[in-house]
Design a protein around this ligand. Structure first.
Ligand SMILES: Cc1cc2nc3c(=O)[nH]c(=O)nc-3n(C[C@H](O)[C@H](O)[C@H](O)COP(=O)(O)OP(=O)(O)OC[C@H]3O[C@@H](n4cnc5c(N)ncnc54)[C@H](O)[C@@H]3O)c2cc1C
Length: 142
């Protein structure tokens, strides 16, 4: 077992929702650990649409910018890996990662996303296939 580090809040999932939660927390002077396994649901998509100020950016560019803005605050730390188990303790929660680290926090936020059950058409995203909420641009429809 590796050392336990204690935080005000542990956030499991470090994509947009987790990063947004971290931003709110560090600005409220809480310290937060973001544990992320690096597999956001939109990782296959080439560019973002219908997200004001981020049109045409890749999902990774958007997340990178969020992380750059977050690290300006001292209260946030990142751990790249997978949260395996969560245990309720007297002081809050303990999270064990799949690589054996143990972290504890008073509060736990789960921002691990949803699992899309997609047909095997990932190569076609934004070229020939669209989710219902994506409005194709003129270029997309050619
Ligand atoms: C193909 C596609 C295209 C899209 N295009 C657009 C678009 O153009 N415009 C738009 O507005 N929206 C778009 N979306 C929707 C948008 O991407 C999602 O709404 C958004 O990514 C959800 O963010 P999230 O943080 O909730 O989840 P996710 O982005 O899925 O992130 C969840 C994170 O949690 C991590 N995680 C999961 N389990 C664990 C664990 N046990 N331990 C540690 N980490 C864990 C994952 O690795 C991941 O990084 C698209 C979605 C898809 C699938």
């Amino acid at each position: 077992m590796k050392t336990t580090e204690h935080y005000d809040v542990i956030i499991v999932g470090g994509s947009y929702s987790g990063l947004a939660a971290a931003m709110a927390l560090v600005r409220a002077l809480r310290n937060a650990l973001v544990i992320d396994s690096g597999k956001p649901c939109n990782r296959e998509t080439p560019q973002s649409h219908n997200f004001l100020t981020q049109d045409g950016k890749t999902p990774e560019e958007i997340a990178d910018l969020a992380r750059q803005q977050l690290v300006k605050y001292s209260g946030v730390k990142f751990f790249k890996g997978s949260a395996d188990t969560a245990t309720r303790t007297e002081k809050g929660f303990e999270i064990r990662t799949s690589s054996g680290e143990l972290f504890s926090a008073a509060k736990l936020i789960l921002e691990a996303g949803i699992k899309d059950m997609l047909p095997n058409i990932r190569d076609s995203w934004n070229a020939r296939a669209f989710r219902c909420f994506i409005v194709p641009t003129a270029t997309d429809m050619r």
